[in-house]
Design a protein around this ligand. Structure first.
Ligand SMILES: [Zn+2]
Length: 225
C-alpha cells in the first residue's frame, strides 16, 4: 500500500527545491514566492514529524506483534509434566523424550535454560519459524545422527549424568570422553535417570555384547557402512 504521508513529504521536498531554485534565479526577492517557501518549509516540518511518529508507532506495533509471537511460542507445551510429576517429556520432531522430573536435574539441564532464554530476534525468528512449523523442534534442541536428543552439540543423557561421569573419570583416571552413559532399556529416547547408567566405555561395550569398546568399534567399522 502506498504511504500517502511519505509521498506528501517527498512532494513537499521537491516543491521546496523548485521554490528555492526560483528564489535563487528568476524569482529572486519575489515576496509571494518567499512566502510560499516559508509555508512549504513549515508544512514539510510538520509532515516530517508526523511521518516520524507514524514510523515509530509502526515499529512499536511490529515489536509488540513479535513479542506476542515469541510469547505464544514460549507457551507452547513442548515440556509436558506427567500426571504424577515424576517425569517430564520433551517433544522434538514429534518424538517424545522422557526425563526424570527432579528439580536440580531440570535446572542443570542446559537444554531448558537454552529454551527459556532463547534470544530470538527478527532474523533468528525468521530462520527458526519454518523449522518450528515443520518439525516442532525447539531452540537448541535437535536430534543427532545417532538418534540422541541434544542441546546444541551435547547429548542430553550425557549432560544429565555429567557429575557422575566426572566422578568416575577421576576415580578411574581416564578422560571424561571415555565415560559413557548407557540407556538400560536400549531406548535412546528414555532419559529417565533410572534408565541411565554411567560406565567406562569398555564396560559399556559389554552391555552391548562386546568384550571391549575397541571390539565394538571394529565391528561397527566392518558392519555399518
Ligand atoms: Zn549403550
Amino acid at each position: 500500500m502506498e504511504d500517502s504521508l511519505a509521498r506528501e513529504v517527498a512532494d513537499l521536498k521537491s516543491n521546496l527545491i523548485n521554490v528555492n531554485f526560483g528564489l535563487a534565479h528568476t524569482c529572486r526577492g519575489n515576496p509571494i514566492v518567499e512566502q510560499k517557501r516559508i509555508d512549504i518549509t513549515a508544512r514539510l516540518e510538520l509532515k516530517e514529524k508526523l511521518l516520524l511518529l507514524k514510523k515509530q508507532e509502526e515499529e512499536r506495533q511490529k515489536k509488540l506483534e513479535q513479542e506476542k509471537i515469541i510469547q505464544d511460542f514460549m507457551n507452547k507445551p513442548f515440556v509436558n509434566l506427567s500426571e504424577d510429576k515424576t517425569y517430564f517429556t520433551i517433544s522434538v520432531s514429534g518424538v517424545e523424550f522422557l526425563f526424570d522430573n527432579e528439580k536440580e536435574e531440570i535446572e542443570r539441564l542446559s537444554v531448558l535454560s537454552n529454551i527459556r532464554n532463547l534470544d530470538i530476534n527478527e532474523v533468528g525468528y525468521s530462520i527458526f519459524k519454518p523449522i518450528l512449523l515443520r518439525i516442532g523442534s525447539i531452540g537448541s534442541l535437535n536430534i543427532n545422527d545417532g538418534g540422541y536428543l541434544c542441546s546444541w552439540d551435547y547429548p542430553i543423557h550425557t549432560e544429565l549424568k555429567l557429575i557422575e561421569r566426572k566422578k568416575l573419570s577421576e576415580d578411574l583416571g581416564c578422560d571424561l570422553g571415555d565415560i559413557h552413559v548407557h540407556h538400560i532399556d536400549l531406548n535412546q529416547k528414555n532419559n529417565r535417570k533410572k534408565n541411565l547408567e554411567v560406565l567406562h566405555k569398555d564396560n559399556h561395550a559389554k552391555r552391548h555384547g562386546f568384550p571391549s569398546w575397541d571390539a565394538l568399534q571394529l565391528w561397527r567399522a566392518e558392519n555399518l557402512d
